[in-house]
Design a protein around this ligand. Structure first.
Ligand code: BEZ
Length: 212
């Protein structure tokens, strides 16, 4: 069965491009992004892993550790990392899991047999410091993911974990946010005063709270 939001992200031990690791221990108190790609030495995947490496400081600023995965072996990962670094003008130093026995792919339901019997699809999981699944999505092999969007949703997840707010469509860091329905308008007025903008009784905006 596939993982659902709020489930504990399954722990595993795996061989990776930076050595063997235990997933939960590796994450420690950080947030995690675990994402699969169909295969090494493929063009879209090369751009995806390159983009992820380019965004290293952005992930670090948000206390996020990133791990990639395919079912290719370690020697292939190492050779391909050189190509990614060369062609994407970056340095891949996050771990790439060599999931040859499909242990992780099975735990996270990353192989969708009607898409490919053997290759992992483009699954992505965001895991909180409590090891619970906060968000997941799946793209087909033909469509590269938007890693700026991954950072945007991490901003939303981290903000909404700390404050009783939600983020509207297309929200970007720094823009107004929505007071969640479980907070009464009286309580919202008491908390936010003149900053509260009531558009409808159920649609109430406040400036983005500061991160704690
Ligand atoms: C790619 O990464 O470019 C790719 C991989 C599998 C199928 C199609 C594209």
């Amino acid at each position: 069965m596939s993982l659902r939001l709020g489930d504990t992200a399954p722990d595993f031990k795996a061989k990776t491009s930076i050595g063997e690791l235990s997933f939960h221990d590796y994450l420690g108190d950080s947030w995690g992004v675990l994402f699969s790609h169909p295969a090494d030495y493929t063009p879209v995947c090369t751009t995806e892993l390159g983009r992820t490496a380019q965004l290293k400081d952005e992930f670090a600023r948000r206390n996020v550790k990133v791990l990639a995965l395919s079912v290719d072996p370690l020697d292939k990962h190492h050779g391909w990392i050189n190509d990614i670094n060369e062609t994407q003008h970056t340095t891949v130093d996050f771990p790439i899991i060599a999931d040859e026995d499909r242990n992780v792919a099975t735990l996270y339901d990353m192989i969708h047999p009607n898409a490919s019997a053997t290759a992992t699809v483009r699954s992505l999981f965001i895991i909180g410091p409590d090891k619970k699944l906060k968000l997941s999505f799946t793209y087909p092999a033909s469509t590269g993911r938007n890693f700026t969007e991954v950072l945007r949703v991490i901003d939303s997840l981290q903000l909404t974990a700390e404050h009783s707010v939600a983020t509207p469509a297309d929200w970007q860091h720094g823009e107004d946010v929505i007071v969640v329905p479980s907070v009464s308008t009286d309580d919202a007025k008491a908390k936010y005063g003149d900053d509260l903008k009531i558009v409808k009784p159920y649609l109430r905006y406040v400036p983005q709270p500061k991160k704690k």
